[in-house]
Design a protein. Structure first.
Length: 264
């Protein structure tokens, strides 16, 4: 069994330790096949992903040479595997990845599961998402994004990461851990200044930490930035949080079973 990691620099791990995938073209090939999550990728798609506009003269032979090299590499890592992980189909090339072998697929599965969790199980949700977020070792592919297919996949996984952070912060706030997540929320808001949900959560955490003035200042800065950069006003959800803070809504400081975040 192999473990593939793309939430950070590409890693392939065997039972005896990490294995190196050498060469930019080989890494791009592996990454492209991995982000397809078991679905075939056309030869044309792989060629474009690997070489871009600098396509070799005999692209079919060049691609086949790299596929054969990858097959040999994976076979050496799993000598007992009866069939190759890389197979050819009418629609293209496919890399077989079993459940639990790709960190990105496991991460997405966990986030989707967390989205369906009961709001009354905040402790379980927070614990689940902390574990999922710990899978991230850096930017997707370690800042080596490859071509369009990999870039789109990287953006999709990054969006799931943002969603996981939002869900985890929601759970932590329901548990009354405002002070514990305050620094993380401030960092998330600073790194994603136009993502309103982080702003809402930061305002709630500040208010519940006894810092109402700071919470309202965060709102004023967000409103100004939205106007100057996008020409829009804060969303109704963000305005509701400001209103709740101004009127000292008791739902903002409810216990772990409250629905305080429904305000937003």
């Amino acid at each position: 069994m192999l473990k593939f990691s793309i939430l950070g620099a590409l890693q392939v791990r065997t039972v005896s330790g990490p294995a190196e995938i050498s060469g930019d073209l080989q890494r791009t090939l592996v990454q492209t096949l991995l982000v397809s999550e078991g679905q075939p990728v056309s030869g044309e798609g792989l060629v474009e992903e690997m070489w871009g506009e600098a396509v070799p003269d005999n692209q079919a032979n060049a691609l086949q040479a790299h596929v054969s090299r990858l097959r040999r590499k994976l076979k050496a890592l799993e000598p007992g595997r009866p069939v190759s992980r890389v197979t050819i189909h009418p629609s293209g090339y496919r890399l077989t990845v079993e459940e639990g072998e790709l960190d990105a697929a496991e991460f997405v599965r966990t986030v989707r599961e967390a989205e369906s969790c009961s709001p009354y199980d905040a402790e379980g949700t927070a614990r689940m998402l902390r574990g999922a977020l710990s899978l991230w070792r850096g930017p997707v592919f370690g800042g080596f994004p490859g071509g369009t297919l990999c870039q789109l996949a990287g953006a999709r996984y990054e969006e799931y990461r943002m969603r996981a952070m939002e869900l985890r912060f929601d759970a932590e706030l329901r548990l009354g851990r405002h002070a514990a997540v305050l620094a993380e929320l401030a960092e998330a808001h600073a790194n994603h200044p136009l993502r309103e949900r982080f702003c809402e959560q930061l305002m709630i955490a500040l208010y519940c930490s006894g810092r109402q003035a700071d919470a309202l200042d965060v709102y004023r800065r967000m409103r100004r930035q939205l106007d100057e950069e996008l020409g829009i006003q804060p969303s109704p959800a963000l305005r509701r949080v400001e209103s709740a803070i101004l009127r000292h809504d008791p739902a903002l400081v409810g216990d772990a079973r409250s629905t305080l975040l429904q305000i937003a």
